[in-house]
Design a binder for this molecule. Structure first.
Ligand SMILES: NC(=O)c1ccc[n+]([C@@H]2O[C@H](COP(=O)([O-])OP(=O)(O)OC[C@H]3O[C@@H](n4cnc5c(N)ncnc54)[C@H](O)[C@@H]3O)[C@@H](O)[C@H]2O)c1
Ligand SMILES: O=C(O)[C@H](O)COP(=O)(O)O
Length: 531
């Protein structure tokens, strides 16, 4: 029977998105809105996935309470309301829907830009009061003015296009943008904020809220701006130090500000910009269009379905996404790599210091990091206390201080396709290499010596002195206890003093049988391995 997944929709998404989720037989959907941290923490243990917009905060406490939580889906772009680090540590994938609300946000930015230039909301309120004050609301033209854009991503670029259509000049600061991206766009990319601020008449913010951008619009930077600058913020409230902006608006240095976003949301009653005549405020409306909400709602529904029902992860912000075509090519390698990792996890007893994971064959034509993550997931499942998956595996590897290196080899010797692991511990080096045999998996090297063993089911690994009679004795013990040996293979060290044998068994030997085998003279190590 297939799994039933419980999904919590914690912020309102489009009806179509909800209907699509409800149409999946494996899903049980709850809609619970406006939950505070404590309320959410109390119920989150029931859910496999939670969907939010910008309102509901998925804090570390919520994540720690989400014992079976696998996915956090953000119907929108900004993920500053999700503790992504905590999610990563707990192996929970965080996904968003970039692009779906770009046009809506760019259009809202332009509407605020125009409203700010022409005092539209102020004039409207005056008219509603029965006044006729044409002189009070004289504006300025956009034509010929310079728009500064902070963050030239999806929204920033759409804003730039529209501003250019109004005859504005556009300058932008984005330290992560390659200059080739703005070629032929009629946008000037400047190298610093110091270069941007004195050169612009309008400033529009489109960077995410990060440690670097928090409070970036502050007293020091406002001083660098031209007198009469107008500022629009459709990104995140935290980018602006509101007390500083209020001061500059009151003095007239900043001629006007139009804000859609606040920190916190909703802003408190004593929010210092409320009531200022040169300020326009909207309640986080930029993405609130029918079209944008349908885009992000249906997109997140499809993404949640893909991850829970088909194990396909798209737009994850805490792990690299893999193109589905590439994934279908890499999947067999990931399965082989994970199997080899599982094998090694039961062979190695000491603490691993360094790991070389090496590849030869077709895998090398691709980014091998998804295979490496699968190898490590298999390897760590035993070492780490918590469940290890593709999301948290690199975090756990770093926490354990294991140094990992990927090595792409030009040849795998007599085998075309090879995935190998060399693990160094304080005590010794463990090495194994594997390949495909039809659809099954084979060990082809142990401690650099050739072997030929099926990597399926129950394996008994013996390390012993290379002398006659030892394997015979082990066979007798197993036979006496009715344990059938399906296959046997031997890796002999060139120096011929030590050998490793792999016995494929039909059933699991009880611990007293393993004890008996351990007592056989010249056997140094006995490990029961299940793959
Ligand atoms: N008000 C709304 O309803 C609404 C809607 C959509 C997006 N947003 C906000 O707008 C932001 C931008 O959205 P997007 O889809 O364009 O994201 P994006 O990721 O496509 O673009 C963000 C850009 O900011 C740049 N950036 C990062 N750090 C920077 C820094 N220190 N200085 C300058 N630039 C920097 C990045 O390089 C990137 O090009 C989102 O993070 C989100 O918070 C708000
Ligand atoms: O980051 C975003 O996508 C926007 O801020 C939209 O937020 P919302 O989904 O709460 O409207």
């Amino acid at each position: 029977m297939s799994n039933i997944y419980h999904i919590l929709i914690a912020d309102q998404i489009s009806k179509k998105g909800i209907a699509e989720l409800r149409s999946v037989a494996q899903f049980k959907i709850d809609e619970k809105y406006g939950l505070k941290e404590n309320e959410l923490s109390q119920i989150i243990a029931d859910y496999d996935a939670v969907i939010v917009r910008s309102q509901t905060k998925i804090t570390r406490k919520v994540i720690e309470s989400g014992k079976k939580l696998k996915v956090i889906g953000r119907a929108g772009v900004g993920i500053d309301n999700v503790d992504v680090d905590a999610a990563t540590e707990h192996g929970i994938v965080v996904m968003n829907t970039p692009g779906g609300n770009t046009i809506a946000t760019a259009e809202h930015t332009l509407s605020l830009l125009l409203a700010l230039a022409r005092n539209v909301p102020q004039a409207h309120v005056s008219m509603q009061l029965g006044e006729w004050k044409r002189k009070n609301f004289e504006g300025i033209e956009l034509y010929g003015k310079v728009l500064g854009i902070l963050g030239l991503g999806r929204v920033g670029r759409e804003v730039a296009k529209r501003a250019l259509a109004f005859g504005m000049k556009v300058k932008c600061f984005d330290p992560y943008l390659s200059p080739t991206k703005v070629k032929n766009l009629q946008i000037e990319l400047v190298n610093s904020l110091d270069e941007l601020f004195p050169a612009i008449d309008f400033l529009s913010l489109h960077a995410p809220l990060t440690a670097e951008t928090e409070g970036i619009i502050n007293k020091e930077n406002l001083k660098k701006c031209k007198q009469g600058i107008r500022i629009i913020n459709c990104a995140r409230g935290g980018l602006i130090c509101v007390a500083d902006l209020a001061e500059f608006l009151k003095s007239g240095w900043v001629a006007g500000a139009a804000l859609d976003v606040y920190e916190p949301e909703p802003p408190p009653a004593d929010f210092p910009l409320r009531g200022l005549p040169n300020v326009i405020l909207t309640p986080h409306l930029a993405a609130s269009t029918v079209e944008a909400q349908e885009n992000v709602g249906t997109e997140i529904a499809a993404m949640i379905t893909d991850v829970l029902c088909h194990n396909i992860i798209r737009n994850a912000v805490n792990m690299p996404s893999i193109d589905p075509k590439v994934l279908s090519i890499l999947s067999p390698y990931m399965a082989l790599g994970e199997k080899l990792g599982i094998f090694m996890s039961q062979w190695i007893v000491d603490r691993i210091d360094t790991l070389n994971i090496y590849y030869s064959g077709r895998a090398n034509e691709y980014d091998t990091s998804p295979i490496t993550r699968a190898v490590l997931k298999g390897l760590l499942r035993k070492v780490a206390g918590k469940e290890v998956n593709e999301v948290n595996v690199m975090f756990l590897i770093n926490t354990l201080g294991i140094e990992v290196q990927e090595v792409k080899m030009s040849s795998g010797g007599e085998f075309t396709e090879i995935i190998g692991i060399e693990a160094k511990t304080d005590e010794q080096t463990y090495q194994a290499a594997s390949t495909f045999y039809g659809k099954s998996h084979r060990l082809v090297q142990l401690n650099f010596n050739p072997i030929e063993a099926s990597m399926e089911g129950i394996l008994l690994l013996l390390e012993n002195k290379d002398r006659p009679g030892i394997v015979g004795k082990v066979g007798t013990i197993l036979g006496e206890h009715n344990i059938n040996i399906a296959a046997m293979s031997l890796a002999r060290a060139k120096a011929k003093e030590k050998a490793i044998s792999i016995l494929n068994l039909d059933n699991v030997p009880p611990s007293e049988v393993l004890e008996q085998i351990r007592k056989v003279e010249d056997i140094y190590n006995v490990r029961l391995i299940s793959v």
